[in-house]
Structures are given as C-alpha cells and as structure tokens.
Design a protein around this ligand. Structure first.
Ligand SMILES: Cc1cc2nc3c(=O)[nH]c(=O)nc-3n(C[C@H](O)[C@H](O)[C@H](O)COP(=O)(O)O)c2cc1C
Length: 201
C-alpha cells in the first residue's frame, strides 16, 4: 500500500480502475458522486448523480439527466463543473474538475437510449419538468404508470428529455487518509498530457 500511494502513475491507474468499478458496481461508493455546477448568480449547486460511464482513454465521466432540469441551464451558462467521490473503506477522496458537454436528441443519446431499460426510461416521462412547483407532494408521472413500467411505445415519449451529460476531466485531486500520514496528489490533464504535483494534505 505504501508503495502504491507514493507512486503517481500507480495512483492514477488505481483511480481509473476505481471509476470503472464505480460504473459497474451499484453498491460501490463511487457509483453516486456529488456533481456541482454554478447557477446564473455564480452560486454553487450540488447534487448526487449516478456514474453511468467512464471512458478511461479520453477521461470522460458520464451521467444522465432530464433536459428540463435546471442544471442543464446552469451548465449551458458555465460548463466548468466538478465531482466529489469518497470511498470510506479505502479512505480515498477524489475532487475532479471537468468541462461539461450536454447531449440531447443526438447520436450519443440515441445509442444509449436504445440500451436503456423501460424502468429507467420511465424517469423521463414526468409531465411537469423537474424542479417545477407543486401544490402537494407528488411526482409528475402519469397515474396509469403508478407501480408499473411503461410499454416500449409509451417509453419513447421520454427520449426528448433524456440527456447524456459528458464531463471531460481537467484535473483530479486525490486525497488518501492514513494514520501513517495523509497523502495528496494533483493530476493535471492537458490534451491527454498528464502531469503530477504532490500537495500538502
Ligand atoms: C442516489 C441518487 C442518485 C441520483 N442520480 C441522479 C442522476 O443520475 N441524474 C440526475 O439528474 N439526478 C439524480 N439524482 C437526483 C439529484 O440529486 C437532484 O435531486 C435532481 O437531479 C435535481 O437536481 P437540480 O435541481 O440541481 O437539477 C439522484 C439522487 C440520488 C439521491
């Protein structure tokens, strides 16, 4: 462990492995990171999202959302965003700065939508947009879908709302908490050129 945690190249390889695992393993703590964008008044806005894909060659993190969600407008206004991951067992935190691209009704969303289950497609069938006000507590799904999945035909109505948010990694800050001494490494990615800096934790 000491060797791994003093070697930037091995740390970077381990981060990539953990992000791959975070996509595949729904119980892994990296499956549900915090994603932060800024609103129009430059006030940070954070929320949990599900890690849907990690491209370990191009270093891109994906999550899915509804195009009508306020975070889309925030990202369109300012595409500088960040993620925070923490694994309490490994005692590893990742702060990842990203540049975000929104995909809606394009080839990227078509390809992923085709593989999306009916139960996941259902999320995109809400009648009123996410974050709209409601007079009483409810979701906005059509009543006939209470407790059941839509059929394939009906599920297609969600496609226009289905959005793939792609986040290009600019920097990764890795923090490892250890009784023997904490360690902190900054990984800078510029046009696929990787450089490392140790930081005081
Ligand atoms: C475990 C968990 C997973 C979530 N995954 C997503 C997700 O992948 N995409 C998403 O848009 N919202 C997801 N949410 C809901 C968001 O945290 C947030 O409440 C919602 O997107 C509204 O965010 P906004 O108003 O900031 O746009 C998730 C929430 C939880 C608790």
């Amino acid at each position: 462990m000491t060797f791994l945690n003093e070697n930037p190249k091995l740390i970077f390889d381990n981060i990539k492995e953990l992000l791959v695992l975070g996509v595949k393993d729904r119980s892994h703590p990296f499956h549900t990171p915090i994603f932060t964008s800024n609103n129009i008044e430059n006030i940070p806005n954070s929320r949990i999202v599900v890690l849907r894909n990690f491209d370990d060659i191009n270093l891109i993190i994906n999550f899915h959302t509804d195009f009508r969600s306020p975070k889309i407008k925030e990202i369109q206004y300012n595409n500088n965003t960040c993620f925070v991951f923490y694994d309490p067992k490994l005692k590893i935190q990742l702060k990842i700065q990203t540049i975000t691209k929104i995909n809606n009704q394009n080839e990227v969303t078509k390809k992923i939508w085709a593989k999306t289950s009916l139960s996941s497609r259902k999320c995109y069938l809400a009648i009123n947009p996410p974050s709209s006000l409601s007079e009483f507590p409810k979701d906005s799904l059509p009543v006939h879908l209470k407790g059941v999945d839509p059929c394939k035909d009906e599920s297609e109505k969600g496609f226009n709302n289905f959005t793939v948010v792609q986040n290009n990694i600019k920097t990764i800050e890795w923090l490892y908490l250890a009784a023997s001494g904490h360690r902190r490494l900054k990984i800078n990615i510029k046009k696929n050129k990787i450089s490392f800096n140790w930081l005081i934790p």
